[in-house]
Design a protein around this ligand. Structure first.
Ligand SMILES: NC(=O)c1ccc[n+]([C@@H]2O[C@H](COP(=O)([O-])OP(=O)(O)OC[C@H]3O[C@@H](n4cnc5c(N)ncnc54)[C@H](O)[C@@H]3O)[C@@H](O)[C@H]2O)c1
Length: 431
């Protein structure tokens, strides 16, 4: 009879619980055996949610590793800055691992982790959830079918939206790179850079350039009459689209981030408590023009691949509508799509048509929740991977994630140094 794989979740925040949900949906395939989390509230919440016994709830990774607990794999869902040290310890102890993106903060760390995984014979998969979104899976299949010919150009866009950007990248955990460790290109567009290398897989990137800046969410753009906190002494909150009261209490947008501050309160789920906290010390109550954010709110990245294909990716932070768009041009045809709309069209030259091209519209019948439905598909794929049932077209082993990360690290170097950065080709797993 099939036995569920046994998992330890390291880092019991939002993402750890998202992937853990698969164990509740498919108890015959995955079971959460242990949780590792220094924050007592989160450790107990997650332990209770997944029915983990008290002696399998660890307050530190050292305690878990030295306990010698046997699990089939570890899900590493710590924050960006903790990835390198925790991944090193987990791989070093010989556990297979699913790790959140970005894998780490620098090229040397990445290559060290990759080398260690190879040396230890440990399997590492990266949470590139967008590879599992049906929208991108269908596009990948079209490219693999060869119907577009050879791909020579791609233009991709990530439109974050004003509410998501303000929550995560101004007020929230990814707003200040000195605290979080990641630049926004790695914390947000890591997926897009990965998708680009995936769609070009087999061809290495060779050069990257980039420009960007922080344009809007800065002190000098603070409107007259605004205050430091939306719900306490702001004169413009009634007409401000960034008003924290409207955003988090009224509309309940990004509620799981806005309530993080309330972890130690018994009534943390109450909207009254949330409203109170926004006027006090909750970071999500701050005026978006009075935060400690320093990451870019717009950035463009240009990449040249070794076969001459050129790609540009644009991050647009404070857009009205969230969306990812993609335009791929090959020698035989092109694809143009919008992930938010859940459709793309495939166009091919056709002189017989009045427009001189034919067009097929492909509708993806999938929800846009959880990264286009990708989160739980990724968890399911990880289980198959660990069980040795094979990999899918979307599986991202650590080695497949290297070029996407190198583009991101290189783009930051290019932008800050005002130069073009060469990306070295991997040879036998080394740069
Ligand atoms: N794949 C995606 O689409 C996606 C989406 C959002 C976030 N992320 C990434 O997922 C990761 C987690 O994000 P989150 O929002 O869940 O963060 P979070 O802050 O909610 O959770 C991280 C948890 O790790 C715990 N922790 C810190 N050090 C630890 C250690 N040494 N051992 C064990 N636990 C430790 C923290 O106490 C915290 O509870 C981040 O790297 C983030 O960038 C990925």
């Amino acid at each position: 009879m099939e036995r569920p794989i046994e998992i330890a979740i390291v880092g019991c925040g939002n993402r750890g619980r998202v992937y853990g949900q698969y164990a509740l949906d498919e108890p015959g395939r995955m079971r959460i055996k242990a949780v590792v989390e220094p924050n007592v509230y989160r450790r107990e919440l997650t332990g209770d949610k997944f029915g983990v016994p008290a002696d399998m709830r660890f307050g530190s990774l050292d305690a878990f590793i030295s306990s010698g607990t046997e699990v089939d794999a570890v899900i590493n869902a710590t924050m960006d800055r903790e990835h390198y040290a925790t991944a090193r310890a987990i791989i070093g102890a010989g556990y297979d691992m699913l790790i959140e993106k970005p894998v780490c903060l620098a090229k040397d760390e990445l290559m060290e982790l990759y080398g260690l995984a190879v040396e230890k014979g440990v399997r590492v998969m990266v949470c590139h959830v967008l590879r599992y979104a049906p929208f991108y899976v269908e596009i990948k299949k079209r490219i693999l079918s060869g119907e577009l010919g050879d791909i020579h150009s791609m233009v991709t866009e990530e439109n974050v939206s004003f509410h998501h950007y303000a929550t995560a990248f101004v007020r929230g955990k990814w707003g200040n790179s000195d605290v979080c460790g990641s630049q926004i290109l790695m914390s947000k567009c890591c997926h897009d850079l990965d998708i680009i290398t995936w769609l070009k897989s087999g061809t290495a990137p060779s050069y990257v350039a980039s420009f960007g800046g922080l344009f809007n969410y800065i002190d000098s753009r603070m409107p007259a009459g605004a205050g430091e906190r939306c719900t306490a002494g702001c004169g413009i909150s009634e007409n401000c689209e960034y008003d924290a009261g409207k955003m988090y209490v009224g509309k309940r947008l990004w509620n799981y981030y806005a309530t993080e501050y309330l972890d130690s309160y018994a009534d943390r789920d109450s909207q009254e408590r949330l409203g109170w906290s926004l006027g006090e010390k909750n970071p999500y109550g701050r005026c978006v023009w009075k935060c400690d954010n320093n990451v870019m709110d717009h950035q463009t990245v240009m990449i040249e691949f070794e076969d001459g294909c050129t790609v540009s990716h644009n991050l647009l932070g404070g857009t009205a509508k969230p969306d990812r768009t993609i335009h791929i041009a090959g020698t035989k045809g092109e694809i143009y799509g919008s992930m938010e709309s859940g459709s793309f069209c495939v166009r091919k030259p056709d002189l017989e048509k009045p427009e001189q091209y034919n067009e097929e519209t492909v509708d993806i019948k999938a929800g846009i929740d959880g990264h286009g439905g990708g989160d739980l598909r990724l968890a399911a794929d990880f289980v198959s991977y660990i069980k040795g049932e094979g990999t899918s077209v979307s599986t991202t082993e650590l080695g497949d994630s290297i070029y996407g990360h190198l583009i991101g690290f290189g783009a930051h170097e290019a932008m800050t140094g005002r130069k073009v950065v060469a990306i070295r080709r991997l040879k036998h797993g080394k740069l």
